[in-house]
Design a protein around this ligand. Structure first.
Ligand SMILES: C[S@@+](CC[C@H](N)C(=O)[O-])C[C@H]1O[C@@H](n2cnc3c(N)ncnc32)[C@H](O)[C@@H]1O
Length: 380
């Protein structure tokens, strides 16, 4: 069966990496420059409107370079007709996620896929259930990423069984009697994943590995209908897909001889690295990889074009905390928005830069703005 090629990792790494993730899943780190390197919290779903971000940039036969993250940019690009996608990510663990999603599209039905990855607030444990995960990975036993998922599925099942036991226990009955309500199982699973402290489940590590932005079906082209999903399935069988562990600041040498990408997606990385680094990465590392007429795009959550333009002209600008939910703000580097804007302003010196307002992804709690911004960068 087709799969995702990589020269960055091997099966021994996969065994070490799942140990590392299980051991560190409970650590909550503040975001800083090193945050994403070997981050044990893996992005399960994109936090961007991937349909809008991809659809106008990718067509039949496109060759795409993208930050791997959850694998959703890769899948969306193939759905839109790309026949080759090179993924890269500073966090090698995103390789495993990209493989899992890819295998799951091939092995699961549309309903199974949605139950497994999308409906994580469901009233049952079908979200990431061991049955669906086992089905998703079957046939890929010889792949590098397999030992990672094999172990994670075992651990997750053990922890989910403990959740079920707890739901039958007298302490749960006392709790629900006291509160006068029953919590849905899916919500408890999610709460354990999201909460830092949960005394009954101190050992619950596998349940905490995933960063789980809520997947909104209308922000994924490939999940909008069963027909779209089946189109992706077909296309995936023929597409050429690979992965490189790499920082955006050092990607070019890894792709020597491949200076022919039609579309390059950088997700929201300018939120996370100093803007001078981002601008020089675009100049030295990314723009040289474009095919003639190709374009680079990055994504800014919750910023309207007007809002951005006004702010980049304002020397006294400070991040308006009220624009973000407290939780999001705690997680995001305080200067993230300013960096995103600064990179936009600097890039206009050497590139044609276009801002496109797109409907917001809408899955991040506390962000209510109706639009996000896709920034398109082309050589002048
Ligand atoms: C910035 S995160 C946030 C999630 C993202 N908004 C999405 O839709 O998936 C996206 C990905 O960028 C990766 N990343 C962050 N900084 C990077 C860098 N300097 N070079 C390469 N990848 C990076 C992270 O490891 C993560 O997988």
């Amino acid at each position: 069966m087709s799969s995702i090629k990589t020269t960055s990792l091997n099966k021994k790494d996969a065994k070490r990496d799942i140990d590392y993730c299980l051991k560190n899943a409970r650590t909550k780190k503040c975001m800083d420059e090193d945050y994403f390197t070997r981050n044990p919290h893996i992005y399960l779903n994109t936090s961007e409107n991937v349909k809008e971000a991809v659809q106008s940039s990718v067509g039949e036969g496109s060759k795409v370079l993208t930050v791997a993250s959850s694998g959703d940019y890769c899948l969306e690009s193939i759905f839109r007709g790309a026949d080759e996608v090179v993924n890269f990510d500073i966090n090698q663990h995103q390789y495993y996620m990209t493989c899992l999603k890819y295998w799951a599209v091939l092995n699961l039905s549309y309903d199974e896929y949605c139950s497994c990855f999308r409906n994580f607030r469901r009233d049952d444990l079908l979200f990431m259930s061991d049955g669906l995960l086992r089905k998703a990975v079957s046939g890929f036993e010889r792949e590098i990423a397999y030992p990672f998922w094999d172990r994670l599925i075992q651990e997750r099942k053990r922890e989910q069984d403990k959740v079920m036991e707890f739901l039958q226990s007298p302490s749960y009955k006392i709790l629900t009697g006291y509160l006068g309500m029953h919590y849905p199982v899916g919500l408890i699973d999610y709460a354990i994943n999201a909460l830092d402290e949960y005394p009954e489940f101190r050992g619950g590590n596998a349940l905490r590995i995933f960063e789980s932005p809520e997947a909104k079906e209308d922000t994924y082209g490939y999940l909008m209908t069963e027909e779209n999903f089946n189109t992706l399935k077909e296309r995936l069988r023929k597409a050429k897909v690979s992965f490189q562990t790499s920082d955006i600041r050092r990607i070019k040498n890894r792709l020597y001889g491949e200076e022919d990408f039609n579309a390059i997606f950088l997700s929201n990385i300018p939120f996370y690295i100093p803007s001078k680094d981002f601008v020089s990465a675009v100049d030295d590392q990314i723009a040289p990889l474009l095919a003639p007429g190709g374009e680079i795009s990055y994504y800014c959550q919750n910023m309207s074009a007007d809002w951005m333009i006004a702010r980049q002209q304002d020397p006294n600008y400070h991040v308006p905390i009220t624009n973000f939910g407290r939780d999001y703000m705690m997680a995001l580097n305080q200067e993230g928005v300013e960096r995103c804007i600064a990179s936009y302003a600097k890039l206009t010196e050497n590139y044609d830069v276009e801002l496109e307002e797109i409907p917001a992804y809408g899955g991040t709690p506390g962000i209510l703005a109706p639009t996000d911004v896709k920034v398109l960068v082309r050589r002048k």
